[in-house]
Write a protein that binds this ligand. Structure first.
Ligand code: CA
Length: 226
């Protein structure tokens, strides 16, 4: 799941980005309205979090412009001003929710998840499953052989990606860009390490083994041929 954050206040922007990444989302951060618009028109975002008071293009102008190309993307507004007319204006322009600063991160995360759930209820599955492995996307929970497995946010995101594309060999470059938001650096073993940890949790003590390494290519999650 990818989120666009547009926030000019450096501390708030960094805090949002960091928190959302730790919660397992991919995040792009723009520091002004115009950059936000460019990103929003090009990227494939599942949700946008917009500050109202922004340089170059304010949050309302940005929302109005974004709605032309992204009519269905859920948008959460952030503002320091708790004025009724701001709220009404934002909602009229097509904001889906509104959060007044300062806010608790847990509150933001709850709103984000609700919006994503609402926006994706019809087309998206809420559980992914292969053999006895089950990933509950709403409760952010993994079960293997009926046992709950504790996963970090990154492990969850990696497993979700593998499960969504069951049977497909996923190159390391793709995994790196989707999960770590980085360009693949062949010297880095971050993906190998993460896959090893994930295997230790979902494959080592269970049969059949689901994650397979395809030498020189990447990783695939599938039922082994019988
Ligand atoms: Ca601002």
């Amino acid at each position: 799941m990818k989120i666009l954050v547009v926030e000019d206040e450096p501390k708030t922007g960094d805090y949002l980005r960091q928190g959302l990444i730790e919660a397992g989302f991919g995040v792009d951060l723009a520091r002004d309205g115009l950059d936000g618009l460019h990103l929003g028109e090009q990227g494939d975002y599942d949700l946008a979090i917009l500050d109202v008071m922004l340089p170059r293009l304010n949050g309302w102008q940005l929302l109005a412009a974004l709605r032309r190309t992204r009519p269905d993307m859920p948008v959460l507004f952030l503002t320091a001003r708790d004025l009724v007319e701001d709220r009404v204006k934002g909602l009229e322009l097509g904001a889906d929710d509104y959060l007044v600063k300062p806010f608790a991160f847990a509150e933001l995360l709850a709103r984000v998840r609700t919006l994503l759930r609402r926006g994706s209820r019809s087309q998206e599955p809420q559980q992914l499953r292969v053999a006895d492995l089950e990933l509950d996307l709403l409760r952010r929970r993994a079960l293997q052989g009926g046992r709950q497995i504790d996963l970090t946010a990154k492990e969850f995101a990696l497993l979700e990606l593998l499960l969504r594309r069951t049977g497909e060999v996923l190159p390391r470059t793709l995994i790196a860009s989707q999960i770590w938001d980085m360009n693949f650096d062949s010297d880095s073993n971050v993906i190998e390490v993460a896959v090893r940890r994930l295997r230790a949790k979902i494959d080592d003590d269970f049969e059949p083994k689901l994650i397979r390494t395809v030498r020189g290519m990447g990783y695939v999650l599938e039922l082994p041929p019988t």
